[in-house]
Design a protein around this ligand. Structure first.
Ligand code: TIU
Length: 223
């Protein structure tokens, strides 16, 4: 298959060797009362990408493609949370503190769950990651290699933090990565725009970007 509209040039992929990777579409980042808001952010911006992301997920599932969901999640004893990460700045609530949706960024808490609209289904990979990048201290690379995955389609939040970090990690591990422009968002629109520019600059130094409608069209064409 080929996404002609991709930048900086068309992106070729096969469904069987490509995974859709949705980064941290969790209540903690998207809904009021979670980690995102505790850092002082207006979380309402992020909700806007849910319909496009849902449509891409549905089409990808129908095409039989592998789906990976990640969650930024720490163990309840915070043994995988470096003090530098917990203590940086002066947030209203720190990782591990009790918030309106349970303990902030702790695995198993209500706020740590993926939002209902994008909830994982059986057979999909769900990765709990202690870092911003999806490959740091997780088994993701091995799981993808086992399945013969060489290409990754990225969506999720936030564009310049966990999505960009994960995409750069994937790029260094040899994956051809494409970021779905309308399936990712930042608390800072200028940072999203800059990230899209950075990814596709210098001949696709990190990878490609394309609107999700171009992916849907490629899947409909089936070639
Ligand atoms: N703060 C922010 O923009 N993002 C994060 O802390 N984590 C993710 O991006 N998932």
């Amino acid at each position: 298959m080929r996404i002609e509209e991709a930048l900086p040039f068309p992106y070729g992929f096969e469904t069987g060797s490509t995974a859709l990777v949705l980064i941290d579409m969790q209540r903690d980042f998207i809904e009021p009362g979670g980690f995102g808001e505790s850092l002082g952010n207006d979380v309402s911006l992020l909700e806007a990408i849910v319909p496009a992301t849902q449509a891409a997920l549905k089409a990808w599932r129908e095409a039989g493609g592998l789906v990976v969901h990640t969650r930024e999640a720490h163990r309840p004893d915070l043994s995988d949370c470096p003090p530098a990460k917990r203590n940086r700045g002066n947030p209203a609530l720190r990782i591990g503190d009790d918030g309106p949706m349970g303990r902030i960024l702790v695995a198993g808490e209500p706020g740590n769950q993926i939002i209902e609209a994008l909830a994982p289904v059986g057979g999909e990979i769900v990765i709990d990651k202690p870092g911003k990048g999806a490959f740091h201290a997780t088994g993701l690379h091995a799981l993808l290699k086992e399945r013969g995955i060489t290409h990754l389609l990225f969506g999720g939040v936030t564009t310049e933090v966990c999505v960009q970090t994960s995409m750069r990690e994937a790029n260094d591990r040899g994956y051809d990565c494409l970021l779905l422009e309308d399936c990712t968002e930042s608390y800072f629109p200028a940072f999203k725009a800059a990230t899209l520019d950075m990814v596709r600059a210098q001949g696709g130094i990190v990878g490609w970007t394309a609107p999700s409608t171009a992916l849907l069209a490629a899947l409909r064409r089936g070639l």
